[in-house]
Design a protein around this ligand. Structure first.
Ligand code: AMP
Ligand code: MG
Length: 294
């Protein structure tokens, strides 16, 4: 059993290493909005929270995707340690990976490909583990990264083509090293993941799975940025363009450039590095799905 103070200290070291990593590479650290007229709808079944805002509704940010797209378009390379709220179902508690409030290390780079940002993510994970390991004794980590395409994964594990990898399958997909799953099929992810122009059946995106059954570490990819394409995809996926009006207006103005990026859940990363049973142990004030708490 590792003491709570030690867990939070490890989290401090993770954040120190993350900030140093990005500062050395000329990324700008930005602060995330907590409320917004538009937020990420691609939540694998979780619901978006909203608040009464002067008699109207404002969403509580579920990820920083749209804001970091804009920020990277203006500033080139950005990162953020951003808070997210997602109303996960009560059953999700059993996964030991889901909180209703968590933080992400969010990264976005202008004029970059999904391959470029996968390389950044690998370097970042290696650097974090190395630097935390200098401060506190950790178990041995295998820092190799294997890659499978989504197509290879579904045929290897008999998963139905067209869906994201179900949360309860992440353990099976996991190996003794990090595993990339690349190029999800169109329709399986948020509308903002970029469709490959030559082969529109797949998206230029990825997930990263932790070793040894610790689940999904990160998701990311290249982003759609052209107004007409995004609007069409929103409709294709059965969403209402009116819910994304402010974002669509920004796209139409041409302010958003091609970008790519990823997000890493901070509590899951802390859980992985400390080898904790549940993500609930990786934060001081866990918000467990369905449980009212301080
Ligand atoms: P997503 O946008 O759903 O791919 O989430 C990005 C990253 O945030 C995931 O790869 C996880 O590391 C983390 N994450 C997502 N949902 C949760 C959750 N409910 N609780 C804790 N971490 C999460
Ligand atoms: Mg994901």
């Amino acid at each position: 059993m590792i003491a709570k103070k030690e867990v939070i200290t490890v989290q401090n070291y993770i954040l120190d290493a993350t900030r140093r990593f990005f500062r050395e590479r000329d990324f700008l650290e930005i602060q995330s909005p907590i409320i917004s007229s538009v937020t990420d709808p691609g939540l694998r079944g979780a619901e978006i929270a909203s608040i009464d805002y002067y008699g109207e509704r404002m969403k509580v940010t579920s990820s920083m995707i749209f804001h970091k797209q804009l920020a990277a378009s203006v500033y080139g390379k950005v990162f953020s340690i951003s808070p997210n709220v997602r109303l996960e179902s009560k059953e999700r508690r059993e996964t030991k990976k889901h909180l209703s409030e968590f933080r992400q290390i969010e990264v976005e780079v202008a004029f970059s490909s999904y391959r470029d940002v996968m390389k950044i993510a690998e370097d970042l994970f290696r650097e974090i583990i190395k630097n935390v390991g200098k401060k506190i004794k950790l178990r041995e980590f295998n820092m190799d990264f294997k890659e499978y395409s989504y197509k290879e994964i579904v045929s290897k594990y008999g998963i139905e083509y067209g869906e994201e990898i179900p949360c309860d399958m992440e353990k099976e997909v996991s190996e003794d090293c990090f595993v990339w799953i690349t190029e999800y099929p169109y329709g399986s992810r948020g509308f903002y993941d970029k469709t490959d122009e030559k082969n529109p059946e797949f998206l230029r995106d990825f997930d990263l799975i932790y070793p040894d059954g610790f689940g999904e570490a990160s998701s990311g990819g290249e982003r759609e940025y052209e107004y007409e394409k995004v609007r069409k995809k929103i409709i294709d996926l059965g969403l209402d363009p009116e819910d994304f009006r402010d974002y669509l207006d920004i796209l139409r103005s041409g302010k958003i450039k091609p970008t790519a990026g990823f997000g890493i859940g901070l509590e899951r990363l802390t859980r992985f590095i400390c080898g904790l049973e549940s993500v609930e142990e990786a934060t001081l004030f866990p918000k467990v799905p369905g449980v009212i708490s301080f």
